[in-house]
Design a protein around this ligand. Structure first.
Ligand code: NAP
Length: 231
């Protein structure tokens, strides 16, 4: 049975991003969504993973409001002005690995810690965008050391949080969500425009999956198509 009821309130974290903005647009036009709140690192209540104290601060500004039935965290990076994903072991460097772990794993982990308290214990879903390349079992090509490692670490944080919450709040599901290849800022250097799907199409598929999730789906790694992915 779906955890999200016929009427729901939603929060999109990273709403300035390509996929985040697409989710906000869809939710604003969704008949069952009573309100959608978007936050990002330049919003009134900023959430900036380079300053981890902003995570708890941002969550506090939403405390006291009605609970959310849906929270989607879309924050993530793959490359920066200074570096691109590593092609080989000799490209591995501490600065890139540290930055990706901070933005793709530590930030989202602490976001689960503070923002899961804003979820409706009667029925809610919190999804964090991961990536299939973070699957250890599915890693056949190698390369992209730091991004893969950061998403694998994120996946473990999600799984572990889901196990704990299942004991105390069994009607809340936490999942790792793979969006597929989407035409976005993140995918642009990797032919994202040619091989990526339009963000609204991807977000619509993911929203359909999120609205269908039940208790039994908590602690899983799910693709935009609804397929379960190996960890
Ligand atoms: N696009 C794909 O093909 C693809 C495939 C697999 C997984 N994903 C995952 O999907 C998610 C969304 O990606 P996207 O394609 O929408 O990328 P995007 O357009 O580059 O959006 C990334 C978002 O992350 C935010 N962000 C980056 N660094 C941050 C920081 N230090 N603190 C707070 N926010 C920060 C950005 O904020 P600003 O707007 O302020 O920069 C933006 O909101 C990511 O987690 C990514 O790993 C994407």
């Amino acid at each position: 049975m779906p955890l999200i009821s016929t009427s729901f309130r939603a929060l999109v974290i990273g709403s300035s991003g390509t996929i985040g903005a697409a989710f906000v647009e869809l939710l604003e036009n969704h008949p069952a969504c009573t309100e959608v709140v978007g936050i990002h690192r330049s919003s009134t209540s900023p959430i900036d993973y380079q300053d981890l104290s902003t995570i708890e601060e941002a969550s506090k500004t939403l405390t006291g409001e009605p609970p959310f039935q849906l929270i989607i965290n879309t924050i993530g990076i793959l490359h920066s002005a200074d570096w691109m994903p590593e092609k080989k072991l000799d490209d591995l460097n501490a600065q890139q690995l540290q930055t990706l772990l901070q933005v793709n794993a530590i930030g989202p982990g602490l976001t689960m810690r503070y923002f899961s308290k804003l979820l409706d214990p009667a029925g809610a879903v919190m999804a964090t965008l991961s990536a299939k390349v973070g699957s250890i079992e599915d890693n056949r090509l190698g390369g992209w050391y730091s991004y893969r490692a950061s998403k694998a670490a994120l996946n473990m944080l999600i799984k572990t949080t889901a196990i704990e919450l299942a004991r105390t709040k069994p009607n809340i599901a936490l999942i790792a969500l793979h969006p597929g290849t989407v035409n976005s800022r993140l995918s642009k250097p990797f032919k994202g425009q040619q091989i990526g799907r339009p963000p609204l199409d991807a977000a619509q598929d993911m929203l359909n999956v999120l609205l269908s999730l039940g208790r039994e789906d908590s602690g899983t790694f799910i693709s935009y198509s609804g397929e379960r992915l190996p960890w």
